[in-house]
Design a protein around this ligand. Sequence first.
Ligand SMILES: [Fe+2]
Length: 452
Amino acid sequence: MPTHHQNSTSHLLSSGYQPVAEEVTLPFPTVRGKLPTELDGTFLRIGPNTLGSHDPARDHSFAGDAMVHGLRLRDGRAEWYRNRWVRTDRVARALGELPTPGPRHGLSDNTNCAIVQHAGHTYALGDGGALPTRLGDRLETLDRVDFDGTLPGGFSAHPVLDPLTQEMHAVAYEPGRPGVDYLTLDASGRVRRCENITVKDTPMMHAFSLTDRDAIIYDLPVTYSARAAAAGSRVPYAWNDSHGARLGVLPREGGDADVRWMDIAPCFVFHPVNAYGRGRHIIVDVMRHERAFDRVPLHPSESSPTLWRWTVDRTSGTVTEAQLSDQVQEFPRIDDRYTNSPYRYAFTVGLRPGQGAALAGPALLRHDLVTGRVDRHTFGAGREGGEAVFVPRAADAPEADGWLLGVVHDTATDRGELVVIDTADFTGPPVAAVRLPVRIPHGLHAQWAASG
Ligand SMILES: [Fe+2]
């Protein structure tokens, strides 16, 4: 096992992490290079952006007020850039606006993690049981939803959309709710199944994996911490050596009694890459952290995530664990058409060693999981980027043939840009960059919302 890197949190003080203080609407920002005309839609990026005073030494790095950034691309032009706070109760009150309509559930309505589209709607999603917030085409907050009353508890930051069935699956957890909920939403966006799965200690389950047959539940040793809660943490979870670590293989239509639990080495996973079945095996690729939320309660400071493959053997009920790449990296994305299917390519953000909890890094990596080859797209001196989303060149394009879209922050100018990288020249310069006169702070997840 690699030793724990001495992670620094100093990157949180760098300019790329500083929240922006206002919402702006910028028509026709400058494009350098040539924006592919096939890109007709809106690039979305969400993350924490505290409204009001912000103190990285006191505030949990995951708890800042949700802000969504968007760039509308059409006909080879960028029609607009916008950034908007999601109207949580706290933000609406601070801005002197009416509260967001819709139900309220759980500890927080701060949906600052991810953006997903399902059944014709766009949702901002939070962790720890927050209800989804529905967003409009211009990034405005519409309402909070419980899927027409079909959601029994909270929701998840990382549901998985099955590209074949158009059903959305999720594992939801929240402080105070026993077990976790395995949810299946039908193609119309209503929960058609909810199975409560028994786990102890209320583990953090930021995500899970899905194949065409099974859900794979991560029961890992970051668990609810009453001490952190009493100390006022807005994310009261901590590493727990006594919890153990195991994967639960749950048939998609099964229940609690059907879960097969298999022990693995203690670790934490925020983000799966992909998963699929292969004969009696299940391949589960993840960004594996050796440890998280141990020494520093406000930040997963000991993280040095790398790419691992868990091979689940259904016959023996065991898991083989293998590191596929020892480079520090996070924020994996694939060609989403290959979700739950055998796949070859993964894109991740290459992070600086010692900054494994950073939200951005100096490069994007492309993994060829068949040959083991890793290609590197570097952003250039003083430039760092976060999660990049893949858009296929055409509906029938080969796997991973298209463009990667991601936000880059330039330290010298303290400004942001959207870069468009053609995977046909992955290591070359971007084919286009939309340059903004403002910063887009490093944040969490990105999404491409194709128009129509
Ligand atoms: Fe996430």
